[in-house]
Design a protein. Structure first.
Length: 400
């Protein structure tokens, strides 16, 4: 019986076994489990890879988002947390943690619809909300030639934006950058699914005041447990994130802030250092599989393929199944040994956790429709041509 999982981590481990085993062995030998030598080494390697000045390795992607936001509250607002009157625009179609991080940092998420073609935040709706009377934001017209300088120019209203590079594809960073400058917004990028993705030759995560990444095992760069990272070009922001992750101070026996114990384990940094060597190759393999799907699944009535541009790193290959047949396709594929998944079955604005704690920027029909239609197909960098062909054959059979 054929079995094609979304991602086969056993196969991936076998593929890089010698390097990984060597890295783990070095940790066993030095026994320096917290902030050992591999942590700083990985931060330097990741910062260099992404083209960011600073990288702070932390305990998860969720913690990276929370601490990036809190560090902005501390450095820009001079307060430990944002206030509920501080709004952050973000997408309604993302992983739970994106919206939750805004709440945990004290702010209010304002959920925005998605562009149906890219699944990413609908920039027209962002623009509409920013210019509408509902928003207290006023254009401040920062010059576009200036680097982003963190500032909050109002006491209430939209203070920031948290774009998500969903499924491995960059948001439109030129348009978002223009809005951020025009309205003097803070920007934290959620790059959890897009390590290595680019917008016009620049890596995602490096456009905003800070970028957050996740090394959850299934991500394009994943470790052997939970892990994450904050990148920034701003030294005081990096220092503040570093303090927050170490109980809130430079000296953990005498702290300045309400902190966390949220460091990345040395052993995870050692694994990531090894896996980073394979990242570009693996992302290229993902792109090649996606290109095969694009070619072979085109022009099937009721099946909408994802829009991809060349810098997509295809964390997921996500199609839309029209006509209420998504769950039937999923079951049909499962019978043929093809695993698939629904990311995401429930939009954030529909979750209980956000009731009474979040706002919406307008109608979220694109996001709602996506949650009913999306299906992610296997795009494992090491899946064989036969695997990919079997997926294609099975999808075609369903629509015949
Ligand atoms: C995975 C993910 C996160 C959270 O990362 P964890 O490491 O699991 O905490 C946040 N945002 C998005 C879009 C993600 O996919």
């Amino acid at each position: 019986m054929i079995r094609i999982p979304l991602l086969n981590l056993n196969r991936q481990y076998s593929f890089m076994k010698d390097g990984i085993d060597g890295a783990l062995k070095r940790c066993l030998d030095h026994q320096h489990w917290i902030l050992g030598p591999e942590t700083a080494e990985f931060e330097a390697a990741a910062a260099a890879y992404l083209g960011a000045r600073y990288a702070v390795a932390v305990s998860s992607g969720t913690d990276a988002l929370v601490m990036a936001l809190r560090a902005l509250a501390i450095t820009v607002k001079g307060k430990e947390y944002f206030d509920p009157s501080d709004e952050f625009l973000t997408t309604a179609f993302t992983f739970t943690a994106t919206g939750d991080a805004i709440l945990r940092a004290g702010g209010t998420p304002v959920f925005v619809d998605i562009d149906p073609a890219t699944f990413n935040i609908d920039i027209d709706q962002v623009r509409g909300y920013l210019s509408s009377a509902r928003s207290a934001s006023q254009p401040v017209n920062q010059s576009t030639s200036q680097p982003l300088t963190p500032s909050v120019s109002r006491s209430a209203g939209v203070v920031g934006i948290l774009p998500v590079h969903l499924f491995g594809q960059s948001c439109h960073m030129t348009d978002l950058g223009d809005l951020v400058r025009r309205y003097g917004l803070l920007m934290v990028e959620d790059g959890a699914q897009a390590f290595g993705a680019e917008w016009e030759g620049k890596k995602v995560g490096t456009f905003g005041h800070a970028g957050a990444f996740s090394f959850f095992p299934s991500k394009n760069l994943g470790c052997f447990g939970d892990g994450g990272m904050v990148v920034t070009d701003d030294g005081s922001l990096a220092d503040t994130v570093r303090m927050l992750a170490r109980h809130g101070g430079k000296d953990k026996y005498n702290v300045d802030h309400i902190g966390y114990n949220a460091r990345l384990d040395t052993i995870q940094a050692a694994v990531l250092l090894e896996k980073l060597k394979y990242l570009d190759d693996f992302n290229a393999r993902r792109r090649a599989i996606a290109a095969t799907y694009d070619r072979e699944l085109t022009a099937i009535g009721g099946l909408v393929l994802p829009f991809s541009h060349q810098d997509h790193v295809h964390h997921q290959y996500t199609v839309r199944v029209e006509g209420g047949r998504r769950d039937r396709l999923r079951a049909f594929l499962a019978e043929r040994g093809v695993e698939s998944a629904v990311y995401y079955p429930v939009c954030l604005h529909a979750m209980r956790a956000f009731q009474g704690r979040a706002k919406t920027a307008g109608p979220l029909t694109g996001a709602e429709r996506a949650s009913a239609e999306v299906l992610s197909l296997p795009v494992d960098p090491l899946q064989t041509t036969e695997d990919t062909d079997h997926v294609i054959r099975s999808v075609r059979q369903f629509f015949r």
